[in-house]
Design a protein around this ligand. Structure first.
Ligand code: 5GP
Length: 206
């Protein structure tokens, strides 16, 4: 049963507060065969977050040991905390034929690209700095200084959109999820991915 082709790898980045987690969770909920790769992080779980669901929460020491053993496909220091994507977890998902989304920052996306992996990279942009600031304040999880810091980093990150294959502007949730879904569907329909199945169909004609 498992001559399914290897899954496709998608990278989604967005400045913090853009709502990418909500977007990607909705997307994955709507699309069969698409899954999020759960990251490892050294940061503490926020209220409402569960280990093994939102992230694999690990100590900094354990994270650093994983780095030393080369267990990460990519990892980055974001706001002073370490975040990384496990090679083994991601490979297992791809090999099982599932398409995988990595929700990672722009540094991580660069690492994945430099490793020469075949990916489709999507940048989600807030409609403006003003809207991003309102959203960050609205979720009120962060102190004033943390909000300032996130905005400062967002200013640096937005210009990185040029490094991605697709750009989606997150102005309205449903439309943005539709935009992401179209990208996934388009990638799934590409010749390289469809060749095996298309050949089978061709054989029924001969
Ligand atoms: P948060 O702490 O708000 O959940 O995430 C902070 C930032 O870390 C976000 O920009 C998120 O995309 C990024 N991030 C989460 N997981 C990973 C990962 O595995 N690798 C990298 N490079 N960034 C990640």
């Amino acid at each position: 049963m498992s001559n399914r082709p290897r899954g496709l790898l998608f990278v989604v980045s967005a400045p913090s507060g853009t709502g990418k987690t909500t977007l990607v969770e909705r997307l994955v909920g709507q699309m069969a065969g698409l899954t999020i790769s759960r990251s490892y992080t050294s940061r503490a779980a926020r209220t409402g977050e569960t280990d093994g669901v939102d992230y694999n929460f690990v100590t900094r020491a354990r994270f650093e040991a994983m780095v030393a053993r080369g267990e990460f496909l990519e990892w980055a220091d974001v706001f002073g905390n370490l975040y990384g994507t496990s090679v083994a977890d991601t490979e297992l998902l791809l090999e099982s034929g599932r398409d995988v989304v990595l929700v990672i920052d722009v540094q991580g996306a660069r690492t994945v690209r430099h490793r020469g992996m075949e990916t489709t990279a999507i940048f989600v942009m807030p409609p403006s700095l003003e809207v991003l600031e309102q959203r960050l304040r609205g979720r009120s999880q962060d102190s004033e200084s943390a909000i300032r810091e996130r905005l400062r980093i967002a200013r640096q990150e937005v210009v990185s959109y040029v490094e991605y294959d697709y750009v989606v502007i997150n102005d309205e949730l449903v439309a943005t999820v539709d935009g992401l879904r179209s990208i996934i569907l388009a990638q799934r329909a590409r010749l390289a991915r469809m060749r095996g199945e298309a050949e089978k169909i061709v054989r029924t004609f001969t």
